[in-house]
Ligand binder design. Structure first.
Ligand code: 2RA
Length: 327
């Protein structure tokens, strides 16, 4: 029987990966790997083992759910053991020989792997699932995006910070530069000399790679918001071809991984409360950009669960494709 390891099994994404494997009824021997301080913990009937150099012996696939530095430590061990890795960290996303994949967008790229496939950033996954059908029809040249990213994006500590501050605003944040409860923080990641954050660059860099289009331009502003799990994004797309709102709605009605929620007159639109704990990306508020007389620009709003479709589910979907290909 296949053996699958989850590296970083005790974090929010790692635990969700385990849940997704169960939901998909993926039959395998499971190895839950985490730091020494989590050794012996039980998660859903599985005992957590310490992640060491020997952990990957006999393992066929690894779902990576650790931060960049820890991932760079164990990745050579997994490769040495001959594992195929689906990695959620940003460590290898832009490496030439590493496919970056959203199954609803570029599933065909999976076959190009050399033992490692990278999971895109959560905000990129949510945006591209929402936009892919429109990109295929209208060819997006430029995107202006503002994200409203849930505290879960900063892991268990981000969730803790919000929980604590709802009780007592004076409890300082550990995962954020400022108080997050009842606040918005327009910073995710360090800023460069252009005043653009690491998180904001991911949207352009990763979308260019998955759409195979180095001419794509993305202006992104990433904001941390006091929401538990779902990321929301306000997006304006400027396209090569003329756009049509009704046609766009029709395209999104049939788009993979999308649920159209677009009837603003009846107060039907995407909200993070509705997308939490499920895998679809909700898309709505679709409208022409009235400031563009050339009729090439659309605006919309989308939401998706950052831990599920934004990370764990996407990675398990990639693993599922690998298992099917090896069947
Ligand atoms: C965040 N996208 O939301 C980053 C990492 N998950 O913090």
């Amino acid at each position: 029987m296949t053996t699958i390891a989850i590296a970083g099994a005790t974090g929010a994404v790692g635990q969700q990966m385990l849940e997704c494997l169960k939901e998909r009824n993926i039959q395998a021997n499971l190895k839950l790997l985490a730091s020494a301080r989590s050794k012996g913990k039980e998660i859903d009937g599985h005992i957590v083992e310490e992640l060491t150099q020997e952990s990957f012996q006999g393992v066929d696939y690894v779902l990576g759910a650790t931060g960049n530095n820890i991932t760079k430590m164990w990745m050579p061990w997994a490769k040495e053991a001959g594992c195929i890795v689906v990695d959620n960290s940003s460590a290898y996303r832009l490496d030439e020989d590493v496919p970056l994949v959203i199954p609803e967008v570029n599933k065909e790229d999976i076959k190009n792997h050399h033992g490692l496939i990278a999971n895109p950033n959560c905000a990129t996954i949510i945006a591209l699932v929402a936009l892919h059908a429109l990109h295929k029809k209208y060819h997006i040249k430029r995107m202006i995006v503002t994200t409203f990213q849930a505290v879960s994006g900063a892991g268990v500590q981000g969730i803790e910070d919000l929980k604590n501050q709802i009780e007592d605003e004076n409890i300082p944040s550990k995962a954020f530069p400022y108080q997050i409860a009842f606040n918005l923080i327009p910073q995710i990641g360090d800023f460069d000399d252009l005043g653009i954050s690491k998180e904001e660059w991911k949207m352009q860099n990763e979308a260019r790679k998955m759409w195979h289009d180095d001419a794509l331009k993305v202006n992104c502003t990433c904001v941390r918001v006091p929401i538990w799990r779902s990321h929301s994004e306000s997006i304006t797309i400027e396209c090569e071809n003329e756009v049509d709102v009704n046609e766009a709605r029709e395209l999104l009605t049939h788009a993979k991984g999308v649920l159209l929620k677009d009837d603003p007159k009846n107060q039907i639109y995407p909200m993070p409360k509705d997308t939490t704990n499920q895998d679809l990306v909700y898309v709505g508020r679709i409208r022409k950009d009235i400031t563009d007389e050339t009729n090439h620009t659309l605006s919309l709003f989308c939401c998706g669960d950052q831990i599920r479709k934004g990370a764990a589910t996407n990675a398990v979907q990639i693993l599922d494709e690998l298992l099917k290909a090896n069947d």
